[in-house]
Ligand binder design. Structure first.
Ligand SMILES: Nc1ncnc2c1ncn2[C@@H]1O[C@H](COP(=O)(O)OP(=O)(O)OP(=O)(O)O)[C@@H](O)[C@H]1O
Ligand SMILES: Cc1ncc(CO)c(N)n1
Ligand SMILES: [Mg+2]
Length: 553
């Protein structure tokens, strides 16, 4: 059978093909009637989609057959998060519901076998599953049901994580399950991923204490039929590295990563197996999938090493690596509010250096003094340092509910999850910036003419910065457009406008008093940052703007 051929696989000829030899489209079912039905339904759906101008995208799909962990660190919950993190769809057959937390397992409720079967049928008869991954299989009956369904609905690969005992020491599947693994599942598995205790249980209590023991165990497990074996060494005593042994029947690999010092390792095994399944579903070879999965676990553990969830000995970790963003996300805006343009602070590292201010101290003073939005404009700073500065400014701004924009550097804005960017006419084109940043980020564009303003609006900007209104020394050879130029652009612009260029305490009021409704505020560089006390100057500007706008109203 050639790789990529769509074939009808009959129950008679059914066997688990080696992963790298399996046809891509094994989703066709064994009865020709079913084949025709599912083909014609698919064809109808495809035609409908095409009629709507949409082309179909096939997504890689892992089915996990596992138990629920109420604490959501391991089991089904870990599998869903791991697959989501790896960009793979994950459907779920729940075999047991556990009452579980960071202390241990308080209770287990096994799902009735016929209902496990019903879930399997629901998924496999309808959806194209690439890879099945198993976790907690609490009864021999459930193992048998799984085996039958895999016969009826072949998939490209089977990943068996032989979950028996949680790291907390709680039993998740009794000893009778060992026969199920040996007789039903290992012979058809593409990979089996026991931890030390599970490997020992599958091998009649073999002592596994060293890397050399792990190698012997991998060989013996391979003799039981799986194509590949990964003996996980998370629980290896006295090991500075996290060492796993991978054996494909020919070569033995010692996979090492640094051991992350953390209590948050609950669910590493489930995550690893799901990630292997996800990579296989995307088309990786087995060795590649295992390496990627191990590296993913290490990265996620490192990211999560200091998060605190629960009071027990073993906490969950963050497979999606997003939870700590909340530090920045607190009070972040969902959508752009034009009134935030009122007093717009634009940083300048030269000025901060001159006055001995760090960028973040200057930003803090500006925000506390009344700046309503901040733009980091750092032209002479290393990218790595810029990112660090942006992160600390973001924390300051978020704690005051003030948006933070990055000048020009879309990459930096994305890396620190800033609120948006401000771009000039010769920076990244606005529509490209929008595509990169998505619909929610704020994009401002510098404009001098009504035509620029029109283009910015078409390309998806949120506001325009218009100037230079007055001559300035922060931009060389900058054309000054004056209050008349500003008014012309404001009248033509469909977007809110912030005026910029040489604006200070002596002229800010006259700018605001040109009396055009979409002029929402002024942007200031020198009058805020080329000063000894940024807080006092910002406060002064804020008061002046308040007076001017009240006078206009
Ligand atoms: N502290 C750590 N630092 C880095 N990698 C780790 C750490 N602990 C475990 N791992 C890795 O995580 C993966 C899972 O291994 P482990 O032996 O913990 O599985 P497990 O006991 O089945 O997990 P679970 O906690 O879900 O029961 C392995 O690749 C292992 O090397
Ligand atoms: C439900 C469930 N599956 C697997 C494990 C193994 O980590 C666990 N603790 N809980
Ligand atoms: Mg473990």
């Amino acid at each position: 059978m050639a790789y990529g051929d769509a074939q009808l696989v009959s129950t008679r000829t059914f066997s688990f093909l080696p992963f790298n030899k399996a046809p891509v489209a094994l989703g066709f079912r064994q009865s020709s009637l079913l084949l025709v039905n599912s083909r014609s339904k698919q064809t109808r759906i495809l035609m409908e989609m095409q009629g709507n101008g949409v082309s179909a995208v096939k997504v890689p799909h892992v089915l996990t057959v596992a138990g629920s962990d109420s604490g959501a660190g391991a089991g089904i919950q870990a599998d869903l998060k791991a697959c989501a993190a790896r960009g793979v769809y994950c459907s779920t057959v729940i075999t047991a519901v556990t009452a579980q937390n960071t202390v241990g397992v308080q209770g287990v409720n096994i799902v009735p076998e016929d209902f496990v079967a019903e879930q399997m049928k629901s998924v496999l008869s309808d959806m194209h599953v690439d890879v099945v991954k198993t976790g907690m299989l609490p009864s021999i009956g459930i193992v048998k049901i799984l085996h039958q369904h895999l016969k009826e609905y072949p998939v490209r690969a089977l990943v068996i994580d032989p979950v028996m005992v949680s790291t907390s020491g709680d039993v998740l599947a009794g000893p009778s399950i060992i026969a199920g693994f040996r007789e039903e599942l290992l012979p058809i598995a593409d990979i089996v991923t026991p931890n030390l205790k599970e490997a020992s249980a599958l091998l009649d209590g073999l002592r596994i204490k060293t890397i050399s023991d792990m190698r012997s165990a991998a060989k013996l497990l391979h003799d039981m039929g799986p194509r590949n074996v990964l003996v996980k060494g998370g629980d290896l005593p006295d090991s500075l590295d996290a060492v796993d042994i991978f054996f494909d029947g020919e070569d033995m690999y010692e996979l090492r990563s640094s051991r992350i010092k953390t209590r948050n390792t609950h669910g590493t095994g489930c995550t690893l197996a799901s990630c292997i399944a996800a990579e296989l579903a995307k088309g990786s070879s087995m060795l590649e999938a295992v390496k990627v999965a191990k590296c993913f676990v290490e990265t996620a553990l490192d990211y999560s090493k200091d998060i605190l969830i629960g009071n027990g000995a073993q906490g969950p970790f963050d497979q999606l690596m997003r939870l700590k963003n909340n530090i920045y996300n607190s009070r972040r805006q969902v959508r752009f509010n034009p009134s935030d343009l009122f007093l717009y602070a634009v940083t300048d590292s030269g000025m901060n250096r001159k006055w001995g201010h760090s960028i973040s101290d200057a930003v803090k003073a500006a925000v506390e003094g009344g700046a309503t939005i901040v733009q980091l404009r750092e032209k002479d700073i290393e990218t790595k340092d810029f990112l660090e500065v942006a992160k600390s400014c973001l924390q300051i701004c978020r704690s005051h509910g003030v948006p933070l924009l990055i000048n020009d550097r879309i990459d930096v804005a994305l890396a620190c999850d800033a609120d948006g960017v401000h771009i000039g006419q010769s920076d990244m084109p606005t529509h490209v910036a929008r595509a990169l940043l998505g619909p929610e980020k704020i994009i401002g564009v510098s404009c001098k003419t009504p035509d620029h303003a029109e283009q910015a609006w078409i390309a998806g900007a949120d506001y325009i910065g218009c100037g230079g209104v007055y001559p300035t020394n922060t931009k060389a050879n900058n054309l000054t457009i004056g209050l008349d130029g500003l008014k012309t652009v404001c009248l033509a612009s469909k977007l809110p406008v912030v005026a910029i260029g040489g604006i200070n305490a002596s002229n800010a009021q006259s700018v605001m008093q040109i009396g055009v409704p979409n002029l929402k505020g002024v942007a200031v560089v020198s009058a805020m940052f080329d000063r000894e006390c940024v807080f006092t100057e910002t406060r002064k500007l804020h008061t002046l703007l308040m007076e001017a706008t009240q006078a206009v109203r």
